[in-house]
Design a protein around this ligand. Structure first.
Ligand code: 5AD
Ligand code: SF4
Length: 445
């Protein structure tokens, strides 16, 4: 029998929070009878779940909208959701005549009605913030069979001067601890043993009664859960309680993504990051003292207004001093409406200078991680097989300390834990040879 249900395709851009929102939207629409499909061709409903963090992210979506205009089948509807939808609102309807829905991150509850309206021929915009919204009653349709993302906090109150997120995702709010625990239990019941807790500054989590330390302890203790991760924390929210929970809860993995942004206190001040170079380094030292073998990754922005060569050299120094396992590096991208766009024009760093700094930074990051990784050869790691590797007949697995390890295997190995010896490295990823195998713990179904 052919499935006569209307079909939906969602394409996701940006961060893990957006991936998680896509899962919520797919779940919501599935509950209304929509069947998810893997591509836009032939889909009745096409949604682009977008990111607004840098201009480049938005340009990709604009390009994709142009392609879809040519490729969409007659009668299908296109919607833009997520951060770019929130930022541009009705402007998107004017700019793209084939877009009939613009829905911000707090508007997904109304999605079925908005889709129905669009299919009936009218166009709508939903960009109000809802401080109570956690989509608690949505059953997410998970896209990954091995790892689960659990949003525990939405929005952001930090207001770093470069950042559009407080404008696109609204004020910070935390979900009740009991609800997060219930979702983790469900995830384990569904056969998934690794959970990543999501929030814009996830360690500032507070549900009115419980802080992030309580959350780590509660979720970390869910029977059958093997690995607990979280992203992204803010350096200022690593209280002693949170660090103690990380150190003491066995499921919490030995990896933290700790955004640096700049190694210059003067630049950090203009970014309103609320810490100095020294305070960042002190945070790293406290984490390392408490958690042996902790891997640290980071985000760095170059070319922020007023960044001098000396400021940039300070960033390189911090990168070397910390010895990051990896770093995401970005050229500053001015976002309309953010405080950084109001800094004096003479502070602007020319694009050639920013590009040149970005290249130097990438070289330093790569050299550092290569050196660290070479030093790990011969060591053993427990890895979780996550997916097929991009090349060859290998599978991609990950260690608790967030190293990518290629191992031999097939579909059957997905979700399995293996103990491997790290036998080779490209400088960034590893190859591993199994030394003993442990099956995933049996879980209730
Ligand atoms: N320009 C460049 N990079 C940015 N990020 C956030 N806003 C901007 C911007 N306007 C980077 C930060 C953040 C990561 C998710 O994106 O490094 O941690
Ligand atoms: Fe995620 Fe920020 Fe991009 Fe929104 S703007 S999708 S919160 S990275």
């Amino acid at each position: 029998m052919t499935d006569s249900r209307a079909t939906v395709y969602i394409e996701t851009y940006g961060c893990q929070m957006n991936v998680s929102d896509t899962e919520l939207m797919l779940g919501k629409l599935a509950a209304e009878g929509y069947a998810p499909v893997d591509g836009p061709e032939g889909a009745d409903v096409i949604l682009l779940n977008t990111c607004a963090i840098r201009d480049h992210a938005e340009q990709r979506v604009i390009g994709r909208l142009g392609e879809l205009k040519r490729a969409m089948k007659p009668g299908s509807v296109v919607g833009v959701t997520g951060c770019m939808a929130q930022r541009l609102g009705p402007q998107l309807l004017t700019q793209a005549s084939h877009v009939s829905m613009v829905v911000g991150p707090d508007g997904y509850r109304a999605l079925p009605q908005l889709v129905a309206r669009a299919r009936a021929g009218s166009r709508s915009v939903e960009t109000s913030f809802d401080l109570e919204e956690h989509y608690e009653d949505f059953a997410p349709q998970r896209l990954d069979r091995v790892r689960a993302w659990i949003p525990v906090q939405r929005g952001c109150d930090y207001k770093c001067t470069y950042c559009i997120v407080p404008f696109t995702r609204g004020p910070e709010r935390s979900r009740a601890l009991a609800d997060a625990v219930r979702e983790a239990e469900q995830v384990v019941a569904d056969g998934i043993s690794e959970v990543t807790l999501l929030g814009q500054t996830v360690n500032s989590y507070h549900d009115g009664t419980h802080d992030f330390a309580d959350l780590l302890r509660a979720v970390g203790a869910v029977p059958g859960l093997r690995r607990l991760r979280f992203t992204s924390p803010h350096p200022n929210d690593f209280s002693d309680r949170v660090i103690a929970a990380m150190a003491e809860v066995p499921t919490v993995c030995e990896h933290v993504h700790l955004p640096l942004q700049s190694g210059s206190s003067a630049v950090l001040k203009r970014m309103l990051r609320r810490y100095t170079r020294e305070e960042y380094l002190a945070c790293v030292a406290r984490l390392r003292a408490a958690i042996p073998g902790l891997a640290i990754t980071t985000d760095v922005i170059v070319g922020f207004p007023g960044e001098t060569e000396a400021d940039f050299v300070e960033t390189l120094e911090v990168v070397q001093e910390v010895g990051f396992d990896d770093a995401f590096t970005f050229k500053f991208s001015p976002r309309d409406g953010t405080p950084a766009t109001r800094l004096p024009a003479d502070l602007t760093v020319p694009d050639e200078v920013a590009s040149e700094r970005l290249n130097r930074l990438i070289a330093v990051v790569r050299a550092g991680s290569r050196q660290r990784n070479l030093g790990l050869l011969g060591q053993r790691r427990e890895v979780l097989v996550e997916k097929a590797a991009r090349r060859g007949d290998l599978m991609q697995a990950r260690s608790r300390d967030f190293k990518t390890v290629l191992v031999s295997g097939d579909e059957q190995s997905l979700g399995r834990y293996l103990t491997v010896e790290l036998t080779g490295t490209t400088g960034s990823t590893f190859t591993g040879t199994p030394v003993a195998e442990r099956q995933a713990l049996p879980v209730a179904r």
